[in-house]
Design a protein around this ligand. Sequence first.
Ligand code: FRU
Length: 484
Amino acid sequence: MKEWTREERYRILQSPEEIRELYERVRLSPYRQAYHVQPITGLSSDPNGFALHKGLWHLCYQWCPWGAVHGLKYWYHVTSPDLLHWSNEGIGLAPDRDYDNKGAHSGSAISVGDELYFYYTGNHRDENWVRTPWTCAAFLDADGKLQKLPEPLFGPRDDHSEHQRDPKVVWNAEKGKYYIFIGAQTLDKRGCVLIYESEKPLEGWHFAGELKVPGYERFGGMWECPYIVHIGGKDLLIFSPQYTTLPGRGASTNHNVYFIGTMDYDTLTFTPDGPYRFLDYGFDFYAAQGAANVGDPEKAILISWIGLPDNHYPTEEEDWEGSMTLPRELRIVDGRLLQTPISGIEQLRRAEKPDDGVLPDACELEIQVPAGDFDLALFTKADGSGGQTLHYDAASKVCTVDRRGLNKRFNQNVFEVLDMPLENPLRKLRIFIDRSSTEFFVNDGEATFTTHSYPEENEHWFTHSAAKLRMWELSTSVTDEFVV
Ligand code: FRU
């Protein structure tokens, strides 16, 4: 693994030409995704500024241009007319001000009339590397470019630690106010959310208080990337707690969880209806964010980073890593969260393939699972050995995904085998395979499992014990063009 000096990681990109050669090399990788948003070079991590505005979907991702390393972060901007086909738009936000000199960190967007506003964390560090996180804003100009406000909206609170970031902005019609939820840490290192409010999107912000979540006063050491939405008559609170292990999640200290409950903006209390749940049971899923302005009170649209902080992936050797998940639709039905692949994804289907054991690079599988135990092995060798396996145990209603059989193993010290417990018997699987990822959707949305997988040339077969399996090759829908 390459060792990066701080100077290398925090180098400012002066001209696109500095990464053109890297781009030309990276695009030849067999692991470049066909229908998932991915970094043009270097590293992509959290999704940022996700919104529908005047008929176009805007999305940015945390981007470090130089290689697969968490260094100086930019927002890289992509757009889509339909959440399926994505075009590269170039740098959204560069860390080019004093207040964001060491990174334009994560945040959100909101569409208000003709305007699209972005909120992000300006990660300032002084010469002693002491951090000051500023909450900053930008807007989309007439040319479709993000323009920063000259000054940050507000600075950090000194009654909390330096970990205050990832502004999620929402409008609350009942109160007639905008709110910003900020992921934070108390001075005694407990994860929490700070709330700010204003009647106007770009001015008048003041601190309202710390969010109370009864029963969760001590849960992880930092709550990164909060997201809140009101759908199906309930409130859904999502965040990424870190600096803690959680039952069933191996040695990982980074998680993405949610509560369904009720948000009271008078008392700044989110009352969960039940315990926290994992948003996704996979190995590589973090910092999920929903789109603003979806325009449907029943549904949210969510996207996430396929990857985890502090983890390492095989394409690091090629100087890039990370990808976004497929956008997914979230609904709350009978008090349960359902997550389904973005509607219209069927448009990417090409000819249906026979169920002959050969796995295309980019495909969708749809499996009707018979009653009883079930086995599936993806990316096996020609003789059916090895691969990434899923075993369903009908007695316990648990699916177990095991990636130890792949040639390329990674993050072995964190986890290679994980369980996905189900409430209902497994009856249906929709699986989206791209060149370096697999996403499982179970029982029309009951649970999901997202993982990176890097099959080698001799790992393009699969076996299963189902009676009926349908498979489609999927077309390429990301342009992967050099736009900086
Ligand atoms: C989550 C995170 C955020 C932060 C960003 C920096 O992965 O740590 O809290 O804003 O990444 O890239």
